[in-house]
Design a binder for this molecule. Structure first.
Ligand SMILES: Nc1ncnc2c1ncn2[C@@H]1O[C@H](COP(=O)(O)OP(=O)(O)OP(=O)(O)O)[C@@H](O)[C@H]1O
Length: 301
């Protein structure tokens, strides 16, 4: 499988802190990959490196096999709209839409117009007066209508209302179906975007803690809940990623497959069992007590 995006042992150091530490990941050509992790995990830093806006301290970044930094041919194939994208103070929407095609060789004006109408983006006032959700909608218009072979969307949902989020999902899937391309999307709304992803990369404190096909990621862990003693007895056989208790009840997320053995053990102990969702995994890995376990257990693919 050809990799559209690769990071090989990438470290990015800012003064004395590593924003990224030994990050290795790959996004296959044509994949929709969710880039997940808590605030400060390193997601935007990864996207800045992929889009050639930054360089790794050590390691290699490749887009379609080439270093994107100051590489015009590669950069013209990438669309990256930041969550805090700035526009000149006197810009209205029509300014952005008329300039965008100059930076996006695959720009589709009809798709842009459809998105603008669907998001109900106003022609006035100036963009600097747009609401948070309207700014996110502008970023989505630019990101999707660019039809770039490699599209990076950094937290595209910020402030978007439920109808707009639904529209974004529908048009994203429709357009990628017609014009396949590679999409890397960071988000904290994991449950809501779960069904979009065919690959996931989960980061914590600058490191990749899980990278896998989404279907596989949804099978690597289970959530078990019930009376604390029974849950603890169940967990004796599995590496625990995270536990929390309320009164005498306990819920634990453990690595392991929800197979017949697990089901019959849960039934014997009288505990509830369900497969861990991507959101459950992100919470478990981001809770702080699981980082050491994760590297020990090696569930990263
Ligand atoms: N230019 C910079 N100088 C110093 N530190 C930086 C710089 N850019 C990022 N960092 C640090 O690197 C770490 C990763 O930041 P990054 O923005 O990549 O996280 P993120 O996963 O995108 O977070 P969020 O979900 O909050 O957007 C943070 O600790 C941040 O403070």
């Amino acid at each position: 499988m050809t990799q559209a995006i690769e990071l090989q042992s990438v470290t990015r150091r800012f003064r004395n802190d590593n924003a990224l530490e030994d990050v290795t990941l790959a996004v296959p050509d044509g994949a929709i990959c969710g880039l997940l992790g808590r605030n400060g995990a390193g997601k935007t830093t990864v996207m800045s490196l992929i889009s050639g806006q930054d360089r790794p301290t050590t390691g290699r970044v490749l887009v379609d096999g080439d270093d994107p930094f100051e590489n015009e041919a590669v950069l013209s194939s990438i669309s990256f709209v930041r969550d805090n994208q700035r526009y000149p103070d006197d810009y209205f929407l029509h300014h952005v839409l008329s300039i965008a095609p100059a930076f996006a060789p695959h720009w589709d004006g009809e798709l842009a117009a459809e998105l603008v109408e669907g998001f109900r983006l106003p022609r006035k006032p100036a963009i600097r007066k747009f609401s948070r959700g309207q700014l996110s909608a502008v970023a989505i218009v630019l990101g999707l209508a660019s039809r770039a072979p490699v599209t990076l969307l950094d937290e595209p949902y910020l402030g978007l209302d439920a109808t707009a989020r639904g529209l974004f999902h529908d048009l994203l899937l429709r357009d990628l179906g017609r014009h396949p391309r590679t999409l890397l999307l960071s988000t904290h709304l994991i449950d809501e975007s779960d069904s979009l992803f065919d690959h996931v990369v989960l980061m914590d404190r600058g490191r990749v803690v899980l990278r896998a096909e989404a279907e596989e990621a949804r099978r690597v862990a289970m959530c078990v809940s019930g009376v604390a003693d029974a849950v603890q007895a169940f967990c004796a056989d599995y590496p625990v990623l995270r536990s929390h208790s309320i009164g005498g009840l306990r819920t634990s997320t453990v690595t392991g497959r929800l197979d017949d053995d697990a089901r019959s053990r849960a039934a014997t102990l009288g505990v509830q069992l369900k497969g861990a969702s991507l959101q459950d995994l992100a919470v478990a890995y981001g809770s702080g007590d699981s980082l050491q376990d994760s590297s020990k257990e090696g569930i990263s693919a």
